[in-house]
Every structure is written in C-alpha cells, then in structure tokens.
Design a protein around this ligand. Structure first.
Ligand SMILES: Nc1nc2c(ncn2[C@@H]2O[C@H](COP(=O)(O)OP(=O)(O)OP(=O)(O)O)[C@@H](O)[C@H]2O)c(=O)[nH]1
Length: 396
C-alpha cells in the first residue's frame, strides 16, 4: 500500500487518574525506534502537565488538546482537525496514540474514532491502564471503571511493583475482563502488543460495537452535553463532579510549607501533578510531583536553560473547595526568595524521592533520549524533507 492510501491505526490509551498512562506513552515513544508515533495528549486541567511530560522528555512536540475531557469538553471537530493533520502522508506516521485524560469516558473516544470520516484513520484499539495498588479503591468510588474495562482491547495492569504476588493474583481474577491483561511496572510493556492492529472488522466485534452505540449516534456527545452529568440522557461521565485547580507561581515554593499542605491534603483531592521550583532550597533541580490518592513522589531533575523557573501544578479531585486550595497553595510561596533557606528545609520533600533502585522505571522515564527522528508530531508543518523542527513548549 503506498503512503498516500495507507491507513494509520489510532490507539486510545485510557485509564483512571494517575494509573500510568503518560509513563506508558513515554515508554512506547522510547522503545519504538523503528515506528513513527504521533501523540495526542488530553489533559484535564488548564496547565498541560501531561503534554509537557511527554513532549519535554523528548525535546519534541505533542498535539495537546488542552483543558477538559476529550470525550466531551473538547469539540470532536477539534480532534478531527488534529487527526487530519497527523494522518497526512507528509507526516509519515505509522501509528497515533491518543492519551485520554484520566477522567475521560473511553467509549466516547472510541465512537468518535469509529465515526471519523477521514479515510486514513483506522481505529487501533482501546488500552486501559489500571493502577494495581489503587484499583480496589478506585472501583469502590467509580464502579463505572468496570464498564471501561469491559470495552478494552487490552488491559495493562500497571504498578505491579507496588503489590504482592498474592494480591496480584486476586486482582487478575477480579478484573474479570474479556480482554487480554498484561502486567507492567512503569508501563514497560512490549510495544508490539499495541502496534499490530487486527483488521477493523475484527476489532469492532471485540469491542461490542452495538454496546457502544446503544444509546446515541456516534460522535454525538460533544454537542449535547451537560458538564455535570455527562451527555444528556446518557450515563453520567466519570468526570462529572470532578474539578481541577491550576496553580502557577513565579515565586519559588517553600518546601516545608508545601509539605505541610501535602500532609493535610483533603481526602477528595485524588491527583496532584506538575513541577515545583523550590528556589534557593535547591537551585539546581526542579521537582516533578505526583500524588495519586495518598501516594506521593517527587522526582528531581536538573533545570535546563530552556525551562522557565516556575511552579506549575494541577490538582484534580471530587468535592474539593477550589478557592480554598488555591489560597492554601498561595500561602506555600517563600516569603523572601533570596533568603538562605533553613538547614534541612528539603528533608520533608526528599523523603518522597524514590531511591534509584526503587525507581528504575521512573528513571528510564527520565532519560532524555536523543531527539528521535521517528517522533513526529504535528503543530508545525514538516519541511520539504518531511522533518519537524523544534517546537514550542505547549504551556508556553
Ligand atoms: N511505583 C510505580 N509508580 C508508577 C508506575 N507507573 C507510573 N508510576 C508513577 O505514577 C505516577 C503517575 O503516573 P502517570 O504516568 O503520570 O499517570 P497518568 O495516568 O498519566 O496520570 P493522569 O494523567 O493524571 O491521569 C508517576 O509518579 C509515575 O512515575 C509503576 O508501575 N510503579
């Protein structure tokens, strides 16, 4: 098949907040040296932390669909636009991965793709990432997760390093999904599981296409939507009731104040992600922060000249008091950024920096590989040779 008529598989990578989607996407991008992958990243939160994490790691760019869940807050025509651009022969992509926000309804995305009129788009399957350590708690709060798993083509049971073998066996049995389940730590799965899609007719059977279309026309969600309950007349979306708070500060944060905030974060504040500038307390590093439920980790990485020194955080939760969280975060900034920090000021933070051996997968994630020719994304037009230049930071 020549490149102009080639169909490009478009894969949806979904999974609850913090399950490890970005980690898995970064692994795929790194591991697939021979495959040209395009990535579309959808963040739930007005600062695009995931887009930064994917693009930043690779010194390249990612199409970012910005704030809101791709399944409804983002107009499906916007998705079509990106797909049109990414599937152009000049982009020379072999596969496109859409990382859905952690609160997306995967069936809506699948419907959008199946309804796409772009002849080069071939739906490539739904991968659901599950956090092995948080699965029971997540399912208790969101039974609809089972519905998501039921339509998945592949389930990645991630964070196996955080649970005992007996617990894993119990989880495997309780997932009760018809799809294949692969286990992973830090999303390190064989990319071939993702990029060899079966013909679409077989996939539709596997996906129970009738179920997907049970109560509405494909792609009909975007125009007929109530943001609090989901699509009108349909099942409530997972993100109904979830709120996100974005916090940015050009003044460094005080590590002790931030830790006091994190130690007393409210129950419903399920996910925190972003980057922190601790100023004089550690002028060499910025700190990636990830909280999932009660789990907290900081990942220091050297500041580079390309990045502005600032703190950017996204907080996502249900039943949270957004203005109060903003006030509490604002109270975490240092009073005098030039003041010498108290001795041991960073100790509280460093307790949550994983030991290198504990964090092998994350370390792999932190490696910044050479710019990879295969990592084409859109946003810029390729030059005549079909190459992409440097792209601007998606958060700008
Ligand atoms: N221990 C452990 N941590 C992991 C694993 N995979 C990912 N993480 C960590 O879990 C946190 C969340 O990972 P992400 O890849 O950002 O999760 P996500 O699903 O993209 O998160 P959202 O975009 O907020 O939904 C990060 O701190 C990761 O380093 C794993 O297998 N084991």
């Amino acid at each position: 098949m020549n490149s102009a008529s080639k169909q490009i598989p478009v894969l949806v990578l979904a999974g609850f907040l913090g399950s490890g989607k970005t980690t898995l996407l970064n692994h795929l991008l790194r591991a697939c040296r021979g495959t040209r992958i395009g990535a579309i990243v959808n963040d739930f939160g007005s600062i695009e932390i995931d887009a930064m994490t994917v693009a930043g790691r690779l010194g390249d760019s990612t199409v970012s669909l910005g704030n809101g869940c791709l399944c409804c807050a983002v107009d499906s025509s916007e998705l079509d636009l990106y797909l049109d651009r990414l599937t152009r022969p000049a982009a020379r992509l072999d596969v496109i991965v859409i990382e859905a926000s952690g609160l997306a309804e995967p069936q809506e995305l699948v419907k959008m793709l199946l309804a796409s009129e772009n002849p080069r788009v071939m739906y490539g399957g739904l991968v659901e990432v599950v956090d092995a350590a948080e699965y029971d708690a997540t399912r208790a709060r969101h039974p609809e997760i089972e519905r998501h798993l039921a339509i998945a083509d592949l389930v990645v049971l991630n964070k196996t390093d955080r649970v005992e073998e007996a617990e894993l066996a119990r989880l495997r049995a309780s997932l009760g999904t018809g799809a294949a389940v692969v286990e992973s730590s830090y999303g390190q799965v064989d990319p071939e599981l993702f990029f060899d899609p079966k013909p679409i007719t077989e996939r539709i059977g596997q996906l129970a296409f009738d179920d997907l279309l049970d109560d509405q026309e494909p792609g009909g969600c975007a125009e007929d939507h109530d943001h609090h309950t989901g699509c009108r007349g349909h099942r409530p979306h997972l993100h109904a009731g979830y709120e996100s708070v974005a916090f940015t500060s050009d003044v460094p944060l005080d590590p002790r104040r931030l830790m006091a905030f994190l130690d007393t974060r409210p129950e419903g504040l399920y996910r925190i992600k972003g980057f922190v500038d601790f100023g004089a307390a550690d002028p060499r590093n910025r700190y990636g922060v990830h909280a999932v439920g009660r789990f907290l980790r900081f990942h220091p990485e050297p500041w580079t000249g390309e990045r502005e020194r600032r703190t950017e955080l996204v907080l996502i939760g249900a039943g949270i008091d957004a203005p109060a969280l903003e006030r509490r975060l604002a109270a975490c900034v240092t009073e005098d950024p030039h003041e010498t920090p108290a001795e041991h000021a960073m100790w509280g933070v460093l307790r949550y920096v994983p030991e290198p051996e504990q964090d092998e997968g994350a370390a792999e994630q932190n490696d910044r590989p050479e710019q990879d020719e295969q990592l084409s994304r859109d946003v810029q037009e390729p030059d005549e040779a079909g190459e992409f230049g440097e792209l601007t930071d998606p958060v700008g």
